[in-house]
Design a protein around this ligand. Sequence first.
Ligand code: G3H
Ligand code: 13P
Ligand code: ZN
Length: 335
Amino acid sequence: MVNYKDLGLVNTREMFKRAIAGGYAIPAFNFNTMEQMQAIVQAAVETKSPVIMQVSKGARNYANAQILRYMAEGAVAYAKELGCEHPEIVLHLDHGDSFELCKDCIDMGFSSVMYDGSALPYEENIKISRQVVEYAHKYDVTVECELGVLAGVEDEVASEVSHYTKPEEVIDFATRTGCDSLAISIGTSHGAYKFKPEQCTRDPKTGKLVPPPLAFDVLHEIEKKLPGFPIVLHGSSSVPQEEVDTINRYGGNLPDAIGIPEDQLREASKSAVCKINIDSDSRLAMTAAVRKHLAEHPDHFDPRQYLKPARDNMKKMYIHKIVNVLGSNNRLAQC
Ligand code: G3H
Ligand code: 13P
Ligand code: ZN
């Protein structure tokens, strides 16, 4: 059993309290590789931002769970080496799909876990969420749960029923599970294709697709039911057009990729939304830089030659999110 506090990590409790009071959101960036981890830490240190580094089940399968855990411990040491004496870094399990997976992460030093029972019947979701919370709280590990389904484009279009979180359920769910934060569904979804072109309108000036707005009415109703309770948005990449264009220019094929407009995420950050999940934008930033570099330098074959621009491009993106979208810069309790 490793306690996260011995690794220099923190849970989400205090940082969420401050984020709600201050009207900003904490970035939750997924990582699978050393370059992502380095870019996240460099960005967080330079902007003096708290940060959540999150690991999915897929990341554990790709990189190995122990390696990711040691990378998070290394992230704390790296932040200090870069000059941040009191970094606030959370190591979080993203989309844990069983009690056993959540327990395994808690036992190996994670400071926060998500149990995602959103696809289960309501009572079953509550039962397992509660079980995870009881275990996690013994070790002061914070727990995010999810209510409502983040429908993909196909589901949303095909379905007669709404996938949004039902505000009338949130008090019962939060009280009975004891969760520390709640991921909700208000129109975001995972990946780089969040809307179909026919769901969007076109900007008459640029001809670019404009996605439909998020369901802020649902968010505000939830906020009224649970005043001051931390809300989480998954699926919040904005799928920057310049990265998509670069990928397509250098041999990629991502037609009609589209994300959540950043002005809507900025607005959400000012509410009880205090954690915003971004993964796809990092993948796009990395791929765009690698494709461009290799196309311009066909003689290069040392991975450091193309992973360095990839890391730099991800860092630029992370800094942009922190400073211009979420507003978590200069929010460390101590520098
Ligand atoms: O929620 C999904 C995250 O982007 C993680 O994706 O399961 O492919 O690692 P992944
Ligand atoms: P994106 O695919 O929009 O980056 O969402 C990531 C996410 O929600 C991770 O849990
Ligand atoms: Zn997610």
